[in-house]
Design a protein around this ligand. Structure first.
Ligand code: HEC
Ligand code: HEC
Length: 211
């Protein structure tokens, strides 16, 4: 086992133990009312149609809250998001997170069986490049890890995913638990990023109760 893999194993264990997780305990109804301003970009039900605006529907609340706070505090930077969250209170953030968490995320359409390179990276990683399996943290179906606040990825827009992988690799995105992704993306090429993003976009999130 090389050093990167050992670090990742330690991080996974910390996450599974629930290190630092916060559950969203907001009011989804109040969140829906407050989400009107978000809808123009993220879609009324959190399924945005633009490739660079992430889908929020079905994302776990702890992750959503951590990212809204990161934009508010400036540790995650984006010119279109910063003004949207600048004046949100802690209660607003919890309400918005529980609203989007309660929505159903839609996956992309296409034939996942042809995405062999992306599937291999997602499920097995690339030991020679020190890249761990994505599914060890993001789940075999891309469902994420709610208690740890690790994001669901399934169905997300490929262009958005590639942009985030590039940002972690270049260091322009680092807030919160992003340190893990900086280590993980070191060994990913542009082709790897595109392949894994296409695969993730076609993953179907498990329906509640059928896991
Ligand atoms: C003008 C368009 C726009 C509006 C309006 C907007 N957002 Fe965003 N949002 C974005 C973009 C673009 C990103 C991705 C930024 C990046 O690439 O890092 C984003 C990212 C996010 C993320 C991170 C998602 C992830 O998977 O990491 C969250 C959470 C979020 N927005 C919540 C909100 C909420 C809540 C509102 C309403 C209060 C809102 N946004 C309004 C454009 C917008
Ligand atoms: C050790 C656990 C771990 C592994 C393994 C891992 N990730 Fe992550 N990933 C995370 C965490 C934690 C975050 C949230 C980081 C933050 O706060 O910015 C994240 C965030 C992401 C995001 C941003 C999601 C969003 O909505 O903006 C993408 C994309 C991503 N990971 C893709 C991958 C891919 C592709 C792989 C495999 C090559 C992978 N991850 C492997 C833990 C992991």
């Amino acid at each position: 086992m090389n050093r990167v893999v050992l670090v990742v194993v330690a991080l996974v264990s910390a996450g599974l133990a629930g290190g630092g997780s916060v559950q969203a305990e907001g009011d989804p109804q109040a969140g829906q009312d407050k989400s009107m301003v978000c809808a123009s970009c993220h879609g009324a039900d959190g399924n945005s149609t633009s490739p660079l605006w992430p889908k929020l529907a079905g994302q776990n609340g702890a992750y959503l809250m951590s990212q809204i706070k990161a934009f508010r505090e400036g540790t995650r930077k984006d010119p279109s998001m910063a003004p949207m969250v600048a004046s949100l209170s802690a209660a607003d953030i919890a309400d918005l997170a529980s609203y989007f968490e309660s929505q159903t995320g839609h996956s992309g359409s296409g034939d996942i069986s042809t995405e062999a390179a992306g599937r291999r990276l997602y499920r097995a990683g690339d030991a020679a490049q020190g890249v761990p399996a994505c599914m060890s943290c993001h789940g075999p179906a891309g469902e994420g890890n709610g208690p740890a606040g690790w994001p669901a990825l399934a169905g997300q827009h490929p262009d958005y995913l590639v942009k985030q992988l590039q940002a972690y690799k270049s260091g322009s995105r680092s807030g919160g638990q992003g340190g893990m992704m900086a280590v993980i993306t070191k060994g990913l090429s542009e082709d790897d990023m595109v392949a894994v993003a296409r695969y993730i976009n076609l993953l179907q999130r498990p329906v509640a109760g059928e896991e």
